[in-house]
Each structure stands twice: as structure tokens, then as C-alpha cells.
Design a protein around this ligand. Structure first.
Ligand SMILES: C[S@@+](CC[C@H](N)C(=O)[O-])C[C@H]1O[C@@H](n2cnc3c(N)ncnc32)[C@H](O)[C@@H]1O
Length: 186
């Protein structure tokens, strides 16, 4: 597997919204997803792509619940998602239910065309999605004492017309070589 890895340092937040992106992150999205035609799920105060959020106060392009997206199959060339990271964050920061991973990721897969890239931001590497391959892992270092954010980028390799399924017991953790640190004799 040819998995790209990188580490970037983006210490400043882009907005005052809780859990918002680091400043300058969105500028890289076009390059990461290799398209401008992407769906932006859990958009919050994001400014790019077709922004979907359940909270009307963040002025998304589409107010919708990610568990049931109002778009046809294969509508977008890519997708970016930045969900609440824990049930506590969902409740305390956004006053919502913690999104159901299996449901919203399959919805996202349904509306992205085969060959499209999907990026998910979390504090860890997220599992491989059905029909996808890992492409890139980007670690974003933030300020002192803040957990890093990790963007897992995957490519939709085959489409199943919205009938993708998670197989029980399949972990599919990515195996990749990190750049080894140079060993020096003192
Ligand atoms: C981590 S924040 C996103 C922050 C965003 N990246 C930014 O830079 O502002 C998560 C967002 O998910 C939204 N959200 C939570 N549950 C949702 C759901 N079921 N459907 C759509 N949006 C949801 C919340 O309203 C919140 O704006």
C-alpha cells in the first residue's frame, strides 16, 4: 500500500466556533480531495464545498441531518467530514446526538462518485470505509496541550449504489511505514 503521511503545524483556530478547523486547513482541501466539487459534512463555520450542517445558525448551504442526505447517488467528486469527536462534545458543544458512524459514512459514500476522495477529521485514524482504500494520513499539530487532529483520506474504489455494508469483524487497520528517525552515534 502506498500510503502518504505528513505532519503539519497549524496552531491557530480559523473561527470562534467550538471545534472549528485550524486556520489555513481549508486552503489545502482542493489539493487533498483533488477537486472543488466536494460535499462538506458537519460543516460548522467552514467556508468551502457544499456545506451541510444540522445547525441553521452556521448558515450552511443545506440544513440536513447527515444520516439522511437530500442528494442523489454519485452527486459529488469528493467529501470532507468533521464530525463531533465524542458523545460528550456532541451533547455539550453542539446540543445534538452523537452521529452514528455506520449510518452517516454510508450516506456519504452513496453520494460520492467512484474514484472520489473522502477525508474525515478526528483525533485518530478512522477505520477504512466499505469499498475504499486508504490514501493519506495527515497529522495536524495544534497548540500546547491540545490533542492533534488527524485527517484520514480514502478513495472510493468501487460503488455499490448505496448498498455498501460494514462487514462484522473486519478491522482493516492501515499498515504503513513511517519515515524512520535517523540514528546517530554520539
Ligand atoms: C466539529 S464541528 C465542525 C466544525 C467545522 N469543521 C468548523 O471549522 O467550523 C461539528 C458540526 O457537526 C454538526 N452536526 C452534528 N450532528 C450533525 C448531524 N447529525 N447532521 C449534520 N450536522 C451535524 C454540528 O452542528 C457542528 O456544527
Amino acid at each position: 500500500m502506498n500510503l502518504q503521511t505528513s505532519i503539519v503545524y497549524l496552531p491557530r483556530p480559523a473561527a470562534k466556533y467550538p471545534g472549528c478547523y485550524p486556520m489555513h486547513f481549508e486552503k489545502r482541501l482542493r489539493e487533498i480531495l483533488e477537486t472543488d466539487d466536494y460535499l462538506h459534512l458537519f460543516a460548522g463555520m467552514a467556508t468551502t464545498g457544499l456545506r451541510v450542517d444540522i445547525n441553521k445558525n452556521v448558515s450552511p448551504n443545506t440544513i440536513a441531518d447527515v444520516h439522511s442526505l437530500p442528494f442523489a447517488d454519485n452527486s459529488f467528486d469528493g467529501a470532507m467530514a468533521d464530525p463531533p469527536y465524542t458523545p460528550e462534545f456532541a451533547r455539550d458543544l453542539y446540543d445534538c446526538e452523537y452521529p452514528k458512524w455506520n449510518m452517516w459514512t454510508l450516506e456519504m459514500l452513496r453520494v460520492v462518485r467512484t474514484g472520489g476522495k473522502i477525508a474525515i477529521m478526528q483525533n485518530y485514524i478512522v477505520p477504512r470505509l466499505p469499498g475504499c482504500d486508504f490514501e493519506e494520513i495527515i497529522t495536524i499539530l495544534l497548540r500546547i496541550k491540545q490533542y492533534p487532529k488527524i485527517v484520514t483520506v480514502q478513495k472510493k474504489i468501487y460503488g455499490t449504489n448505496g448498498r455498501s455494508k460494514y462487514r462484522k469483524g473486519v478491522t482493516d487497520l492501515p499498515m504503513f511505514m513511517c519515515t524512520p528517525m535517523e540514528e546517530k552515534d554520539e
